[in-house]
Design a protein. Structure first.
Length: 332
Protein backbone atom coordinates (compact mmCIF):
# COMPACT_ATOMS: atom_id res chain seq x y z
CA UNK A 1 0.00 0.00 0.00
CA UNK A 2 0.99 3.67 -0.24
CA UNK A 3 3.26 5.24 2.39
CA UNK A 4 0.52 7.25 4.11
CA UNK A 5 -1.62 4.15 4.64
CA UNK A 6 1.30 2.15 6.01
CA UNK A 7 2.24 4.99 8.36
CA UNK A 8 -1.34 5.25 9.64
CA UNK A 9 -1.58 1.47 10.10
CA UNK A 10 1.80 1.43 11.85
CA UNK A 11 0.66 4.11 14.31
CA UNK A 12 -2.61 2.30 15.01
CA UNK A 13 -0.73 -0.95 15.65
CA UNK A 14 1.81 0.80 17.89
CA UNK A 15 -1.02 2.36 19.87
CA UNK A 16 -2.63 -1.03 20.48
CA UNK A 17 0.65 -2.70 21.47
CA UNK A 18 2.34 0.05 23.50
CA UNK A 19 -0.04 3.00 23.83
CA UNK A 20 -0.23 2.74 27.62
CA UNK A 21 3.55 2.90 27.94
CA UNK A 22 4.54 5.32 25.20
CA UNK A 23 1.39 7.48 24.82
CA UNK A 24 1.77 9.90 21.87
CA UNK A 25 5.24 8.59 21.09
CA UNK A 26 3.43 5.70 19.39
CA UNK A 27 2.89 8.16 16.51
CA UNK A 28 6.64 8.47 16.05
CA UNK A 29 7.55 4.81 16.43
CA UNK A 30 4.52 3.54 14.53
CA UNK A 31 5.24 5.83 11.58
CA UNK A 32 8.90 4.76 11.43
CA UNK A 33 8.30 1.04 11.90
CA UNK A 34 5.39 1.02 9.47
CA UNK A 35 7.64 2.51 6.79
CA UNK A 36 10.75 0.33 7.22
CA UNK A 37 9.74 -2.58 4.91
CA UNK A 38 9.32 -0.19 1.97
CA UNK A 39 12.87 1.12 2.29
CA UNK A 40 13.74 -1.51 -0.32
CA UNK A 41 12.48 1.12 -2.79
CA UNK A 42 15.40 3.34 -1.75
CA UNK A 43 17.83 0.46 -2.30
CA UNK A 44 16.26 -0.10 -5.71
CA UNK A 45 17.22 3.43 -6.76
CA UNK A 46 20.85 2.28 -6.89
CA UNK A 47 20.04 -0.75 -9.07
CA UNK A 48 18.84 -1.20 -12.64
CA UNK A 49 15.12 -0.78 -13.35
CA UNK A 50 14.63 -4.55 -13.46
CA UNK A 51 16.70 -5.35 -10.37
CA UNK A 52 15.00 -2.57 -8.41
CA UNK A 53 11.58 -4.02 -9.19
CA UNK A 54 12.74 -7.58 -8.52
CA UNK A 55 13.78 -6.89 -4.90
CA UNK A 56 10.62 -4.92 -4.03
CA UNK A 57 8.55 -6.74 -1.39
CA UNK A 58 11.13 -9.51 -1.21
CA UNK A 59 13.51 -9.93 1.75
CA UNK A 60 12.34 -6.68 3.39
CA UNK A 61 8.76 -8.03 3.56
CA UNK A 62 9.54 -11.49 4.94
CA UNK A 63 8.72 -13.02 8.32
CA UNK A 64 12.27 -14.34 8.59
CA UNK A 65 13.70 -10.83 8.21
CA UNK A 66 11.34 -9.46 10.87
CA UNK A 67 12.27 -12.21 13.34
CA UNK A 68 15.88 -10.97 13.28
CA UNK A 69 15.16 -7.24 12.84
CA UNK A 70 12.54 -6.87 15.60
CA UNK A 71 14.90 -7.60 18.54
CA UNK A 72 17.46 -5.16 17.13
CA UNK A 73 14.84 -2.42 16.80
CA UNK A 74 13.39 -3.37 20.16
CA UNK A 75 16.78 -2.94 21.82
CA UNK A 76 17.15 0.53 20.29
CA UNK A 77 13.64 1.61 21.38
CA UNK A 78 14.09 0.23 24.90
CA UNK A 79 17.35 2.16 25.27
CA UNK A 80 15.78 5.40 24.04
CA UNK A 81 12.67 4.97 26.20
CA UNK A 82 14.39 3.89 29.43
CA UNK A 83 12.04 2.92 32.29
CA UNK A 84 9.05 3.24 29.93
CA UNK A 85 9.16 0.05 27.87
CA UNK A 86 11.06 -3.21 28.29
CA UNK A 87 13.18 -4.86 25.62
CA UNK A 88 10.56 -7.62 25.20
CA UNK A 89 7.67 -5.18 24.80
CA UNK A 90 9.64 -2.97 22.42
CA UNK A 91 10.58 -6.00 20.30
CA UNK A 92 6.91 -7.03 20.12
CA UNK A 93 6.03 -3.47 19.16
CA UNK A 94 8.53 -3.59 16.29
CA UNK A 95 7.41 -7.04 15.14
CA UNK A 96 3.70 -6.23 15.01
CA UNK A 97 4.21 -2.92 13.22
CA UNK A 98 6.36 -4.66 10.61
CA UNK A 99 4.15 -7.70 10.11
CA UNK A 100 0.89 -5.73 9.79
CA UNK A 101 2.55 -3.77 6.97
CA UNK A 102 3.05 -7.03 5.08
CA UNK A 103 -0.39 -8.44 5.91
CA UNK A 104 -1.97 -5.38 4.31
CA UNK A 105 0.31 -5.64 1.25
CA UNK A 106 -0.88 -9.22 0.72
CA UNK A 107 -4.27 -7.86 -0.38
CA UNK A 108 -2.75 -5.82 -3.26
CA UNK A 109 -1.87 -6.96 -6.79
CA UNK A 110 1.91 -6.66 -6.64
CA UNK A 111 2.67 -9.76 -4.61
CA UNK A 112 4.66 -10.13 -1.41
CA UNK A 113 7.43 -12.63 -0.65
CA UNK A 114 6.36 -13.09 2.96
CA UNK A 115 7.94 -16.56 3.10
CA UNK A 116 11.30 -15.49 1.65
CA UNK A 117 13.64 -17.20 0.75
CA UNK A 118 10.86 -19.17 -0.94
CA UNK A 119 10.36 -17.60 -4.35
CA UNK A 120 6.56 -17.48 -4.35
CA UNK A 121 4.78 -14.13 -4.04
CA UNK A 122 1.37 -14.02 -2.36
CA UNK A 123 -1.19 -11.55 -3.74
CA UNK A 124 -4.92 -11.63 -3.02
CA UNK A 125 -5.56 -8.76 -5.47
CA UNK A 126 -8.59 -7.34 -3.67
CA UNK A 127 -7.49 -3.72 -3.11
CA UNK A 128 -5.55 -1.13 -5.09
CA UNK A 129 -2.28 0.18 -3.59
CA UNK A 130 -4.06 3.48 -2.83
CA UNK A 131 -7.61 3.28 -1.53
CA UNK A 132 -8.94 6.22 0.54
CA UNK A 133 -11.86 4.15 1.87
CA UNK A 134 -9.38 2.01 3.77
CA UNK A 135 -7.11 4.82 4.94
CA UNK A 136 -9.56 7.56 5.97
CA UNK A 137 -11.31 5.71 8.87
CA UNK A 138 -7.92 4.92 10.41
CA UNK A 139 -6.72 8.48 9.91
CA UNK A 140 -9.82 9.95 11.56
CA UNK A 141 -9.53 7.58 14.52
CA UNK A 142 -5.92 8.66 15.07
CA UNK A 143 -6.96 12.32 15.22
CA UNK A 144 -9.12 11.46 18.25
CA UNK A 145 -6.33 9.32 19.71
CA UNK A 146 -3.91 12.28 19.53
CA UNK A 147 -6.38 14.60 21.27
CA UNK A 148 -7.01 12.26 24.23
CA UNK A 149 -4.65 11.30 27.02
CA UNK A 150 -6.85 8.64 28.62
CA UNK A 151 -5.53 5.24 27.53
CA UNK A 152 -8.90 3.49 27.41
CA UNK A 153 -10.51 6.24 25.33
CA UNK A 154 -7.53 6.18 22.94
CA UNK A 155 -7.79 2.41 22.67
CA UNK A 156 -11.51 2.63 21.93
CA UNK A 157 -10.93 5.00 19.02
CA UNK A 158 -8.07 3.05 17.48
CA UNK A 159 -9.99 -0.23 17.69
CA UNK A 160 -12.99 1.45 16.07
CA UNK A 161 -10.82 2.69 13.20
CA UNK A 162 -9.22 -0.72 12.70
CA UNK A 163 -12.59 -2.48 12.72
CA UNK A 164 -14.01 -0.14 10.07
CA UNK A 165 -10.92 -0.38 7.83
CA UNK A 166 -10.63 -4.14 8.26
CA UNK A 167 -14.33 -4.56 7.50
CA UNK A 168 -13.79 -2.64 4.28
CA UNK A 169 -10.88 -4.93 3.46
CA UNK A 170 -13.12 -7.97 3.94
CA UNK A 171 -15.77 -6.28 1.77
CA UNK A 172 -13.24 -6.02 -1.09
CA UNK A 173 -12.69 -9.78 -0.80
CA UNK A 174 -16.42 -10.42 -1.14
CA UNK A 175 -16.70 -8.01 -4.07
CA UNK A 176 -13.80 -9.69 -5.82
CA UNK A 177 -15.48 -13.10 -5.50
CA UNK A 178 -18.62 -11.57 -7.03
CA UNK A 179 -16.59 -10.05 -9.88
CA UNK A 180 -14.81 -13.37 -10.51
CA UNK A 181 -18.20 -15.06 -10.76
CA UNK A 182 -19.35 -12.47 -13.31
CA UNK A 183 -16.24 -12.91 -15.46
CA UNK A 184 -16.44 -16.71 -15.33
CA UNK A 185 -20.12 -16.62 -16.28
CA UNK A 186 -19.37 -14.25 -19.20
CA UNK A 187 -16.59 -16.55 -20.46
CA UNK A 188 -18.91 -19.52 -20.26
CA UNK A 189 -21.65 -17.69 -22.18
CA UNK A 190 -19.14 -16.64 -24.87
CA UNK A 191 -17.45 -20.07 -25.03
CA UNK A 192 -14.01 -18.69 -24.15
CA UNK A 193 -11.71 -21.57 -23.32
CA UNK A 194 -8.92 -20.39 -21.04
CA UNK A 195 -5.93 -21.57 -19.04
CA UNK A 196 -5.92 -19.04 -16.22
CA UNK A 197 -7.86 -16.05 -14.93
CA UNK A 198 -6.81 -13.21 -12.63
CA UNK A 199 -9.15 -10.48 -11.41
CA UNK A 200 -8.00 -7.29 -9.67
CA UNK A 201 -9.43 -3.85 -8.78
CA UNK A 202 -8.77 -0.67 -10.71
CA UNK A 203 -7.23 2.44 -9.17
CA UNK A 204 -8.71 3.98 -5.99
CA UNK A 205 -11.89 1.88 -5.87
CA UNK A 206 -13.50 -1.54 -5.44
CA UNK A 207 -16.35 -1.01 -7.92
CA UNK A 208 -14.55 -1.45 -11.25
CA UNK A 209 -12.61 -4.70 -11.76
CA UNK A 210 -10.19 -5.87 -14.46
CA UNK A 211 -9.81 -9.43 -15.72
CA UNK A 212 -6.87 -11.03 -17.53
CA UNK A 213 -7.73 -14.29 -19.26
CA UNK A 214 -4.79 -16.40 -20.49
CA UNK A 215 -5.06 -18.67 -23.54
CA UNK A 216 -2.40 -20.52 -25.52
CA UNK A 217 -2.33 -17.79 -28.18
CA UNK A 218 -2.77 -14.64 -26.12
CA UNK A 219 -4.90 -12.85 -23.58
CA UNK A 220 -8.47 -11.64 -23.33
CA UNK A 221 -8.77 -8.46 -21.26
CA UNK A 222 -12.02 -7.07 -19.90
CA UNK A 223 -13.44 -4.87 -17.15
CA UNK A 224 -16.61 -5.05 -15.10
CA UNK A 225 -18.33 -2.41 -13.00
CA UNK A 226 -20.81 -3.39 -10.30
CA UNK A 227 -23.16 -0.92 -12.01
CA UNK A 228 -22.89 -2.53 -15.46
CA UNK A 229 -26.13 -3.48 -17.22
CA UNK A 230 -24.59 -4.81 -20.45
CA UNK A 231 -22.67 -8.08 -21.01
CA UNK A 232 -18.93 -8.12 -20.37
CA UNK A 233 -16.86 -7.61 -23.53
CA UNK A 234 -13.45 -9.23 -23.93
CA UNK A 235 -10.67 -7.82 -26.13
CA UNK A 236 -8.00 -10.18 -27.46
CA UNK A 237 -4.27 -9.40 -27.47
CA UNK A 238 -1.84 -11.76 -29.19
CA UNK A 239 1.24 -13.02 -27.36
CA UNK A 240 3.46 -12.02 -30.30
CA UNK A 241 5.62 -15.11 -29.97
CA UNK A 242 7.80 -14.14 -32.93
CA UNK A 243 8.82 -10.93 -31.14
CA UNK A 244 9.61 -12.91 -27.99
CA UNK A 245 12.18 -14.99 -29.88
CA UNK A 246 14.34 -11.88 -30.23
CA UNK A 247 14.48 -11.49 -26.45
CA UNK A 248 14.75 -15.06 -25.24
CA UNK A 249 18.50 -14.83 -24.50
CA UNK A 250 18.22 -11.55 -22.60
CA UNK A 251 18.67 -11.71 -18.80
CA UNK A 252 16.40 -8.69 -18.24
CA UNK A 253 13.67 -10.31 -20.32
CA UNK A 254 13.80 -13.51 -18.25
CA UNK A 255 13.71 -11.48 -15.04
CA UNK A 256 10.70 -9.50 -16.22
CA UNK A 257 8.84 -12.72 -17.05
CA UNK A 258 9.44 -13.83 -13.48
CA UNK A 259 8.42 -10.47 -12.02
CA UNK A 260 5.20 -10.35 -14.06
CA UNK A 261 4.40 -13.96 -13.07
CA UNK A 262 4.05 -14.79 -16.77
CA UNK A 263 1.39 -12.13 -17.43
CA UNK A 264 3.06 -10.10 -20.16
CA UNK A 265 2.99 -9.11 -23.81
CA UNK A 266 5.84 -8.12 -26.09
CA UNK A 267 4.88 -5.34 -28.49
CA UNK A 268 6.58 -3.15 -31.06
CA UNK A 269 6.17 0.51 -31.87
CA UNK A 270 8.33 2.61 -34.22
CA UNK A 271 10.76 -0.33 -34.53
CA UNK A 272 11.21 -0.45 -30.75
CA UNK A 273 10.42 -3.48 -28.58
CA UNK A 274 8.45 -3.21 -25.36
CA UNK A 275 7.76 -5.61 -22.50
CA UNK A 276 4.31 -4.93 -21.02
CA UNK A 277 3.25 -6.17 -17.58
CA UNK A 278 -0.45 -7.04 -17.88
CA UNK A 279 -1.24 -7.17 -14.18
CA UNK A 280 -1.75 -3.42 -13.81
CA UNK A 281 -4.01 -2.71 -16.75
CA UNK A 282 -4.13 -0.47 -19.79
CA UNK A 283 -3.84 3.24 -20.25
CA UNK A 284 -5.89 2.83 -23.42
CA UNK A 285 -7.86 -0.07 -24.86
CA UNK A 286 -6.83 0.21 -28.52
CA UNK A 287 -5.95 -3.37 -29.63
CA UNK A 288 -3.84 -2.03 -32.50
CA UNK A 289 -1.68 0.24 -30.34
CA UNK A 290 -2.22 -0.58 -26.67
CA UNK A 291 -0.49 1.36 -23.91
CA UNK A 292 0.02 -0.45 -20.63
CA UNK A 293 0.44 1.07 -17.19
CA UNK A 294 3.77 -0.74 -16.68
CA UNK A 295 6.02 -1.09 -19.73
CA UNK A 296 9.74 -1.51 -20.33
CA UNK A 297 11.55 -0.61 -23.50
CA UNK A 298 13.91 -3.41 -24.51
CA UNK A 299 17.06 -1.64 -25.73
CA UNK A 300 19.45 -3.76 -27.87
CA UNK A 301 22.97 -3.92 -26.41
CA UNK A 302 24.51 -6.73 -28.48
CA UNK A 303 23.36 -9.75 -30.47
CA UNK A 304 20.34 -11.17 -28.61
CA UNK A 305 21.02 -9.13 -25.46
CA UNK A 306 18.60 -6.38 -24.44
CA UNK A 307 18.62 -3.88 -21.59
CA UNK A 308 15.22 -3.13 -20.04
CA UNK A 309 14.38 0.48 -19.20
CA UNK A 310 11.06 1.37 -17.61
CA UNK A 311 8.91 3.68 -19.71
CA UNK A 312 8.32 6.87 -17.67
CA UNK A 313 4.73 7.72 -16.85
CA UNK A 314 3.50 11.13 -17.98
CA UNK A 315 0.96 13.16 -15.98
CA UNK A 316 -1.38 13.09 -18.96
CA UNK A 317 -1.34 9.28 -18.85
CA UNK A 318 -2.49 9.33 -15.23
CA UNK A 319 -5.22 11.85 -15.98
CA UNK A 320 -6.42 9.80 -18.95
CA UNK A 321 -6.51 6.64 -16.84
CA UNK A 322 -8.46 8.30 -14.04
CA UNK A 323 -10.93 9.76 -16.52
CA UNK A 324 -11.41 6.34 -18.09
CA UNK A 325 -11.95 4.69 -14.70
CA UNK A 326 -14.42 7.35 -13.55
CA UNK A 327 -16.42 6.92 -16.76
CA UNK A 328 -16.51 3.14 -16.45
CA UNK A 329 -17.38 3.21 -12.77
CA UNK A 330 -20.85 4.47 -13.66
CA UNK A 331 -21.52 1.34 -15.71
CA UNK A 332 -22.12 0.60 -19.38
Amino acid sequence: MDSLTQIVLGIATAELVAGKKLQNKTFLYGAILGTIPDLDIVVGKFLSDVEGVAIHRGLSHSILFFVFLSPALGWVISKIEKNKISFKSASLLAFWCLITHVFLDLFTSWGTQILWPLDYRFALKTIFVIDPLYTIPLLISLVFVWKNKDYFIRRKYVIRGLVISSSYLLLTCALKLFAVHKFEKAMQNQNLAHQELIVKPTAFNCILWNANVATSEGYYLADYSLFDSQPIRFTFYSKNKELEKKLVNSYDFQQLIKISEGWYLVSTQNNRLFFNDLRFGLLNDNPENPQFAFSYQMIPMSDGIYWAEEVPKAKRDGKALLKKIFTRLKGN
